[in-house]
Design a protein around this ligand. Structure first.
Ligand SMILES: C[S@@+](CC[C@H](N)C(=O)[O-])C[C@H]1O[C@@H](n2cnc3c(N)ncnc32)[C@H](O)[C@@H]1O
Length: 209
C-alpha cells in the first residue's frame, strides 16, 4: 500500500469521526422513545455511536501486534471501527467479517469502507448477528463486541467453539448495565479467560487460553 492509500484511510476516518460528533442531534428522538420502552437499534438508525479514535488506534495495534487474521465484529454501524479493523488485517493478511442489523447502516458502511480503499478486506453480513453468524465455522482470532449489549453473552457463547488459545475478545461499553451477564460469565470462566478492564472500565479485553 502506498502513501496515498494510507493517507486516504486517515482522511476517511477523520471525516467520519468529525461527522459523528453531530450524533447528539441524531439521537434525540431515540432517547425520548426510550423513556417509554427499551431502546431499539432502529431508534438510532441515523447515529454512528462509534468508538473513539483512541480506541480505534488501539484495536488496530492489538490486531497487528498479535498477528490476528480472522476478525469478527458485532455492530458495524457506519463502519468507523470496521475501517480500523480492516486496516489492521490488511497488514496481517486477514479478513474482517462484520455484522449490522440495519440495511441503511450496512450500505453506508460499505460505501465508507470503499472510500477508505479497504473493501477487499471486509464482508458485511446484514441482519441479526445471531442469525448471520449462526453458521460461522472458521477459527476466530479477534472478536470485537459492539452491537446491542444484551446480545453480548448469547453471541459470545454462540461463537465460543471457534475460539482458540490466543483468541482476543474486545468488548466495548462494559459500563452499560445490559453487559452484566457477559461480565459475570467471563468472570466465572476465569480459568479460560484472562480479562482486564481498559479505559477505566469502558471496555474489557479478554484472552482465551
Ligand atoms: C454502538 S453501534 C456500533 C458502532 C461501530 N462499531 C463503530 O464503532 O463505528 C452498534 C450497532 O450494532 C447494531 N446492532 C444492534 N443489534 C444488532 C444485531 N442483533 N445484529 C447486528 N447488529 C446489531 C446497531 O444497529 C448499531 O449500528
Amino acid at each position: 500500500m502506498n502513501l496515498d492509500q494510507k493517507m486516504n484511510i486517515e482522511k476517511t476516518l477523520k471525516a467520519l469521526h468529525h461527522d459523528a460528533q453531530k450524533d447528539y442531534m441524531r439521537m434525540g428522538k431515540g432517547i425520548v422513545k426510550s423513556i417509554f420502552r427499551p431502546m431499539q437499534p432502529a431508534d438510532f438508525k441515523h447515529a454512528y455511536l462509534p468508538i473513539s479514535k483512541e480506541q480505534g488506534v488501539h484495536l488496530r495495534e492489538l490486531i497487528i501486534e498479535n498477528d490476528c487474521k480472522q476478525v469478527v465484529e458485532f455492530g458495524t454501524s457506519f463502519g468507523i471501527s470496521t475501517i480500523y479493523l480492516a486496516d489492521a488485517v490488511r497488514q496481517t493478511g486477514g479478513k474482517v467479517i462484520s455484522t449490522e442489523l440495519l440495511k441503511n447502516k450496512a450500505e453506508k458502511a460499505s460505501q465508507n469502507i470503499k472510500d477508505a480503499g479497504l473493501n477487499d478486506y471486509v464482508e458485511i453480513k446484514i441482519g441479526d448477528a445471531m442469525e448471520t453468524l449462526k453458521d460461522h465455522h472458521t477459527p476466530i482470532d479477534f472478536l470485537f463486541l459492539d452491537g446491542w449489549k444484551d446480545l453480548y453473552l448469547p453471541l459470545f457463547q454462540m461463537l465460543e467453539p471457534h475460539f482458540h488459545s490466543g483468541t482476543l475478545i474486545y468488548a466495548d461499553n462494559m459500563d452499560m448495565a445490559d453487559t452484566a451477564p457477559y461480565a459475570n460469565y467471563i468472570k466465572l470462566k476465569k480459568n479460560r479467560y484472562t480479562t482486564r478492564s481498559i479505559y477505566h472500565g469502558k471496555a474489557f479485553l479478554s484472552l482465551a487460553s
